[in-house]
Write a protein that binds this ligand. Structure first.
Ligand code: ADP
Length: 412
């Protein structure tokens, strides 16, 4: 079955076309056939499309909205010049899987889309006003284009973390605020953490309930999850993705009293302070240079920039503290797994994070660490390390495609 996976943002659309089936999932033989993204939707958009085995095709043209962006993708897929294996037209797309950011408390797993589900996702708009409306537009555009006969699934970023116990998801604020407004920790990147945990147990051939690991998704956004007995029991992102680790442009944890203080001192509105914490903080805010970890490392190494170094140190220190606290929360773990652009590629960051953690039974093998980059999955801790340290490349799109197929087959 060919599944079109859509990830619609407020001004962007990313897609992958993936060939998968229950048999292919079992054999780990599912394959990406094509991928692409459209940026700056709503103005002069930039389009990049790539069929597997071919060079990417880039173009620019005005694109009004998500619906027109989806039309552009489908036009490319169906065009005679596009050579996608086994796909000649839209009839070769058998299902659509959507990434949906917020599923609130309503969605604890992926679902096939019907009117009820659409209403449920709409109800969560309040919790994710920046993301869910764009996701909704993607769902509606695909429904209009393909018709209701084509199965479509919603896969939620929050769903995997719905197993958090109330001790982990409640904030210590008046309880009625949770009752009235559903203010609690939801956690995000759930599809990524779930995929990493699934890969780990597949590679090691262990049952789900024996998975006791800490997973790290370190990309532009960063989060960590404690997975015990196969379930997420704690995670660093909270009511929104702002909480937790230091990220490209987000501050992560901070004293909430700072917000009012910033507003007073800088003459900002709450909204402006919120933007500052989400868009101008983190690695970018500390370094004053860039949100991009690779550039930051180059800057620190080549010119010894003090603030670039500081940003890297603070980034790693925060992660180390979280690993320590999750080891405490889950009575130790069998493995720590790094993923995301930084976690999959930077031996330097991984070694800084794990520095001085021999008290917890964590020891790296430097040569193995250096080898496990650019998508090479495997263990890079030393043979004596009590807690194994892994890198497993994440693949949220693949999990969305697999969930779509499994929902259609009725196995979830
Ligand atoms: P997203 O969260 O947008 O999916 P990615 O998972 O692609 O992002 O991660 C992007 C981050 O990974 C950037 O900060 C980038 O600099 C970083 N990164 C990629 N390769 C390396 C590398 N070799 N060394 C350090 N950081 C890297």
């Amino acid at each position: 079955m060919n599944v079109l996976v859509l990830n619609c943002g407020s001004s962007s659309l990313k897609f992958q076309l993936i060939s998968t089936s229950l048999e292919q999932i079992d054999a780990r033989a599912d394959r990406r056939l094509a991928r692409g993204h459209i940026e700056r939707i709503g103005g002069a958009a930039l389009l990049t499309f790539e069929a597997e085995g071919s060079e990417p095709v880039r173009s620019a043209r005005p694109i009004r909205d998500i619906r027109s962006a989806l039309d552009a993708v489908l036009q490319w897929i169906g065009s005679e010049e596009t050579k996608i294996e086994g796909v000649t037209g839209l009839a070769d797309i058998q299902a659509v899987g959507h990434r949906v950011v917020h599923g609130g408390e309503k969605f604890s797993k992926s679902v096939l889309i019907d009117d009820d589900v659409l209403r449920g996702i709409e109800d969560c708009i309040e919790l994710a006003p920046l993301h869910n409306p764009a996701n909704m537009q993607g769902l509606q555009a695909a429904r209009t284009t393909f018709g209701r006969g084509l199965p479509q699934a919603a896969v939620f970023d929050t769903a995997f973390h719905q197993t958090l116990p109330d001790t982990a998801y409640l904030y210590a604020i008046p309880y009625q605020l949770y009752r009235r407004h559903k203010i609690r920790r939801y956690g995000f990147h759930g599809t990524s953490h779930r995929y990493i945990a699934y890969q780990y147990r597949t590679i090691n051939n262990i049952p789900r309930h024996d998975v006791n690991v800490i997973t790290l998704h370190l990309g532009n956004g960063c989060s960590i999850a404690a997975i015990k007995g196969g379930d997420s029991v704690d995670t660093s992102m909270g009511f929104t993705p702002l909480e937790g680790l230091v990220m490209g442009t987000r501050s992560g944890d901070l004293d909430p009293a700072i917000v009012e203080f910033i507003c007073d001192k800088e003459g900002m509105t709450i909204h402006e302070a919120d933007l500052l914490l989400n868009k101008a903080s983190g690695l970018l805010g500390i370094s004053g240079l860039t949100h991009d970890m690779r550039e930051l490392i180059a800057e620190a190494e080549e010119s010894g920039d003090r603030r670039a170094r500081l940003a890297i140190e603070i980034f790693c220190y925060r992660i180390r503290k979280y690993i320590g606290s999750y080891l405490a929360a889950m009575n130790g773990a069998d493995a720590i797994i790094f993923s995301g652009g930084i976690g999959e590629n930077s031996a330097l960051i991984r070694s800084k994070v794990c520095e001085g953690m021999s008290w917890a039974g964590i020891e790296l093998d430097d040569a193995r660490n250096a080898e496990h980059i650019r998508g090479r999955e495997g263990v890079f801790s030393s043979d004596d390390s009590r807690v194994k340290v892994w890198t497993i490349p994440t693949n949220e799109e693949l999990l969305i495609a697999r969930d779509t197929v499994r929902l259609i087959a009725g196995v979830i």
